[in-house]
Design a protein. Structure first.
Length: 383
């Protein structure tokens, strides 16, 4: 969201220049970045700034408690996770339905969807590693408030971010070139490609839809969604790395995934990784059986669906993907090694995976009415 505001882009460029000019100071990317993150939020929205001051401080105190406590450890850990989930769920359910609600703020709702995952990851780290998970308030605040990934992915891992925070700011000319190219590519995707594709999509879907038009809209929207998601990921990765933090890749050639299991390791990869890591870690500390893994796959995908939105279409979207992944797991078909199968078999599996995704991803296209209209159009023959 910030990436569509030229003032925000100029501010981030200015911060990168300041970091480059103060690279002689070993802690410049920690303290200067914190000042930048706080000032950025304050100038953008006082309500957002106040909310995140309280939210970050409260979760940092809880994080420290988990690092040091030996009593009520498991119960406290579960309670903290539940409270964070309740917070984002409550704001989503109450705020979005009531624009005049005290907590309503579209940006708070959007950012909390991503930042609650980071908070939970930090609590997991504190719970499982105790005192070894300790982090300073400065680094913890930067982790939650990091502007390049504040309103969108990729989703940062607590351990990786803290490891980067300990390193001095070192960005060479090659990294600057790569970062700038990545930002330009992302802006081109978002401002040029997605804008044009959105206009085409809206123009077609406003008409009476027939089979061929619904199929076109499904394929068109899938490609558009890729450019949209990968575009903001490119911008976040570019700015994040120029600020001295290694932001993980979010899209890893998803169109050449031969199974749905592998697709979710390549499409919005940090989101899929987060849910797999935390659900499996909590419910299956040992190697799970096939049936347990299948059940957890369904649970994970349903949660991913509901994470995108509270509604039946998102629930069934997650259930659909979860059932397919569970079937792949039970049949031992979760992965396909390109080197051990024929090219025709490999590409046929890729085509099947893309078909499975294409018929479902349209749920992100807007309202339930829009989705329903597109699906109804599939059975409306042009004669």
């Amino acid at each position: 969201m910030f990436f569509m505001n030229m003032n925000a882009i100029i501010a981030m460029i200015g911060m990168i220049i300041v970091l480059a000019l103060t690279r002689w100071w070993p802690h410049n990317k920690r303290y200067l970045l914190l000042a930048f993150n706080l000032c950025f939020l304050l100038l953008f929205s006082k309500k957002l700034f106040l909310f995140y001051l309280i939210y970050t401080a409260a979760n940092y105190l809880c994080f420290l408690w988990l690092c040091y406590t030996s009593k009520w450890r498991k119960g406290g850990f579960i309670l903290l996770i539940a409270l964070n989930i309740a917070a984002v769920s409550g704001i989503r359910l109450l705020g979005m339905d009531s624009p005049d609600h005290l907590l309503f703020d579209a940006v708070i709702t959007l950012t909390l969807i991503y930042n609650v995952l980071k908070v939970i990851d930090s609590h997991y780290f504190a719970y499982f590693f105790g005192k070894d998970a300790r982090a300073s308030a400065v680094d913890y605040a930067n982790y939650i408030l990091f502007v390049p990934t504040f309103t969108s992915g990729p989703i940062l891992k607590f351990r990786d971010f803290m490891a980067d925070a300990k390193k001095p700011y070192q960005v060479n000319s090659s990294q600057v070139e790569d970062g700038v190219k990545r930002i330009i590519l992302g802006l081109f995707k978002k401002l040029v490609v997605v804008t044009w594709m959105t206009d085409v999509f809206q123009h077609v879907q406003q008409q009476e839809l027939y089979t061929h038009q619904s199929i076109f809209l499904m394929v068109w929207f899938y490609i558009m969604l890729y450019f949209d998601f990968s575009g903001y990921s490119d911008i976040a990765i570019g700015f994040g790395r120029l600020m001295g933090y290694n932001i993980p890749e979010n899209f890893k050639k998803p169109f050449t995934s031969p199974t749905l299991t592998q697709f979710w390791r390549n499409w919005h990869a940090t989101l899929g990784d987060w849910f797999r890591d935390h659900i499996f870690m909590f419910f299956s500390r040992k190697a799970p059986s096939k049936w347990t893994a299948a059940g957890l796959s369904i649970l994970i995908m349903v949660l991913i669906g509901l994470w995108h939105g509270f509604g039946w279409i998102y629930f069934f979207y997650g259930l659909y993907h979860g059932v397919v992944i569970a079937i792949e797991s039970l049949l031992g078909k979760s992965t396909v090694n390109k080197k051990k199968v024929s090219k025709s078999y490999y590409w046929a599996r890729c085509a099947l995976t893309q078909l499975i995704v294409t018929v479902s991803v349209v749920v992100y296209s807007g309202s339930t009415e829009t989705v329903s209209k597109i699906y109804r159009g599939l059975f409306h023959w042009p004669f």
